[in-house]
Design a protein around this ligand. Structure first.
Ligand SMILES: [Zn+2]
Length: 337
């Protein structure tokens, strides 16, 4: 998968100059940055990820040997979809690194407000131009740490699932995931400055984590209660959130709930967010106290119903009736962050 990565500063325009017959799938903001230097056969802007709309796009007879996806998740996923349907080479160049989806071959499609994933073809190449990524919203790029730091909670959940439920476990994958998270946590200063090294450390964390999960066979080393809380909140409220910010918030909540099973300390992860300038407060994400309370209570059932990985939310007693680990006090704490 992601072994074919070209990265650096000011490299994208040079790469485009080498192509003469390509289709560019993009979004207005990133496109406007380099528009004058581009000469695509065709430009596609798409903001509608419904299957109906994607099928309509794919039914057009559009010329071009190569498909470029240049932008955020919607542009990259549209490019993946079209390259798959048209069976043409695909090059992915994200303009923002807020989630790891640009690396994955899955395509997120919306049907009746619900997200569903279908498999697309593997991109032939990835181009990471840090000078362009840096021009994107800093908060979004910093939120890219979350799909790497979700390892911190996933590992505690993995320990629980192994110990209580006898689920499949492998110490070498566990240690590899641990080291990916540790490495990212050591790059605090670079990330806070969004320097090339900072952006690169987020990208490499995402690359290593995605490769590790592919080799393991599923996202167990990287995904646990923090993602499940997010999916459950989205299911309850039907609202759309900035994935990396919501996951960042849920990571410290789940680390706290994991208590003795936590592999990382929630206070030091919270301090990391502060040091890199990532504001995770739920109010700014548009989450209400009542919504978060409902979600905490509903997630155990949601995990079971959706057949998600075992972990903290699979245990019988997660919350105390009062005190620090009661739902009320967890909500109070979350809303004081
Ligand atoms: Zn994620």
């Amino acid at each position: 998968m992601a072994k074919n990565i070209l990265e650096g500063e000011d490299i994208l325009i040079e790469e485009f100059k080498k192509e003469s017959n390509y289709v560019l799938v993009t979004m207005e903001e990133p496109y406007s940055i380099i528009q004058e230097c581009l000469n695509p056969k065709h430009v596609i802007f798409n903001y509608d990820m419904s299957e109906e709309n994607l099928m309509k796009l794919a039914s057009n007879n559009i010329e071009g040997d190569v498909i470029y996806g240049f932008g955020g998740g919607t542009a990259c996923d549209t490019a993946k979809y079209l390259a798959t349907k048209w069976n043409r080479p695909l090059i992915i160049t994200p303009s923002v690194i807020s989630v790891d989806a640009w690396l994955c071959k899955q395509i997120a499609i919306r049907t009746n407000g619900r997200v569903r994933y279908i498999d697309g073809i593997k991109p032939d190449k990835f181009i990471l131009d840090y000078s362009i990524i840096r021009k994107g919203p800093g908060l979004l790029n910093k939120a890219g740490v979350s799909d790497v730091l979700s390892i911190t909670t996933a590992l505690g959940d993995w320990n629980i699932s192994r110990r209580v439920f006898g689920d499949r476990f492998d110490i070498s994958y566990y240690n590899a995931a641990y080291n990916i998270a540790k490495t990212l946590l050591s790059r605090e200063k670079d990330i806070s400055e969004l320097s090339t090294e900072g952006l690169r450390s987020i990208v490499m964390g995402q690359v290593e984590e995605v490769i590790l999960c592919e080799e393991w066979g599923n996202s167990r080393p990287e995904e646990g209660g923090e993602h499940f809380l997010a999916y459950c909140l989205e299911e309850i409220t039907k609202k759309h959130y900035i994935h990396g910010l919501l996951i960042a918030l849920n990571i410290i909540v789940v680390l706290k709930l994991q208590r003795d099973e936590a592999v990382f300390d929630y206070e030091s992860i919270y301090q990391f967010y502060k040091n890199i300038g990532l504001d995770i407060s739920p109010q700014k994400q548009g989450i209400t106290e009542e919504e978060y309370r409902k979600t905490l209570l509903a997630t155990p059932r949601y995990v079971k119903e959706e057949n998600l990985f075992n972990g903290i939310f699979s245990l019988k007693s997660i919350y105390d009736s009062k005190g620090e680990y009661s739902v009320n006090e967890i909500v109070d704490w979350v809303f004081s962050l």
